[in-house]
Write a protein that binds this ligand. Sequence first.
Ligand code: ADP
Ligand code: MG
Length: 562
Amino acid sequence: MGNIAILDELTINQIAAGEVIDRPMNVVKELVENSIDAEATKIIVEVKNGGKKLIKIVDNGKGIPGEDLDIAIERHSTSKIRNINDLEKIYTMGFRGEALASIAAISRLTITSKTDDEDLATSMVSQGGTIISKDEVGGSRGTTISVENLFYNTPVRYKFLKQDSTESRYIREWVEKAALANTNVSFKLIIDGKTQFQSSGNGSLQDIIYTLYGKEIAENLIEVDFEEEKIKVTGYIGNTRIAKDSRKNQILFLNGRNIQNATLTASSDQAFKGSTGIGKYGFYILNLEMPATYYDINVHPTKMEVRFKEEDMIFKVFYHAIKNAILSEQFLGNTENEMDHTEYIENELEFVTNKLEKQEEDYNLIERKEKRHIDYKYIGIIFKTYIVVEIDGEIYLIDQHAAHERILYEQIKENYKNNLTNNTQMTLIPEVVNLTHKEMEFVENNMDIFNNLGFEIESFGENSLKIFGIPDLEYKTKTNTIFMDTLDEVMTEERTSIKDIEERFIATVACKAAVKAHMDLTKEEVDFLIQNLLNLNHPYTCPHGRPTTIKISKDQLKREIS
Ligand code: ADP
Ligand code: MG
């Protein structure tokens, strides 16, 4: 007898749910997007226990007719498109008709809705996709959807959820973005009974930025209002004062949809270059409006990714939009202000157009601070651990490991943030390491970070890795154990935000690559450490906060001794 069978409807929906619904935040996203599509002007989001127990969305949109409720939770049911050609002119958030069916399949779902044409609302309850009741009830125009016991019948998925506070944070971050993208809609977010924020829906982006980010940010914004090639870019960029250490505050919307896109990120990096300071990222919240024919949003079910048909054009327009704002007088700390505006733009344009050929040169354009030479008198190394030198009437005891760690940390971080591609030193003979299944999975999930740090690795058989290169650093322990040590260390602690993970990676590589205590250093190595350490902005602590150096002045010594 054959062994192949067509899956039943519930199983199909549960599998499909896995693609769209990873975590409670995705449910919030899908439901709020439905409310926006329904032209709601007021949306209340309420969650309990990180959304695991309850997610409730109340909107005042156009509603779902009572007779359509059953079909709304079927797969591929949508009121938004009728065939594939409609995708070319789609401006709604949803169109796959998958969300409600997916959510219904993995929860207890209650939908109560009323349209303008109906006298009464209809309330329908389903459990695991099966309708268990449907009644007429009182109620006003709009839709209320409650999702209870999410993932109750997909225990594996449930197990992968983070603690409630983390899931709540994901939800909050998403709803904040929705509020930023939809300034005409009033949002209210309630988490475990407490109102987190409320936006007015008065159409002012600046007001919402103030509500979410506070005064300091709101006061350092420059408006962007730019149009070229039928692409409109509006919103705000931050001036130098509020440039940040991470990309977290670079928020992009495409026709109201929050997206991530490498071309746009590269374009904004280029535009901010030289204006934010090394290792800093410009703040921006920008919305791009363009004809739907310019891009394909149907790349991934969560629709965060987008493919542009003419990437170069998008790159240029976005670049100009930001550069224009940077060149405006409000952008503090910008030295190019005096240059003639159009002339500057033209120069820049040429630069951008040739950006591909110039990538090599680009590397050299990254500003590096002029190093000053430190004059010191070398006394020696004590306990094989501390370098002792005299500088300007003070004695410095420098912990050789901590100092080296600090230097490497800055170096790796700079390479990492500037996305340098040539930060790898290739090993003579590639080394193969065997990993556990769990380690392998971790490496695969964090491949980008490993690569950005300078590791060149490739899977080699099921649980083996081939190491071709390691971060190109001036370290002494030049060995491939650097990879295993790093892996061990970064895997031990659970971290959530990508920034924490990156920080940890960087600090670990620095620590593992640094010279150890009890290692003999040559005079040149000592000089390297001192020159590099004392040129740093924060030379006196290692990345973990331990001191690298102790300073003792002559006066101090005198006091101690006499
Ligand atoms: P999609 O959004 O891709 O069309 P969904 O499964 O999310 O698919 O929703 C199915 C349909 O249910 C929508 O096309 C819409 O007609 C209706 N719907 C869902 N939520 C709402 C809402 N909050 N208000 C009005 N209609 C809704
Ligand atoms: Mg939808």
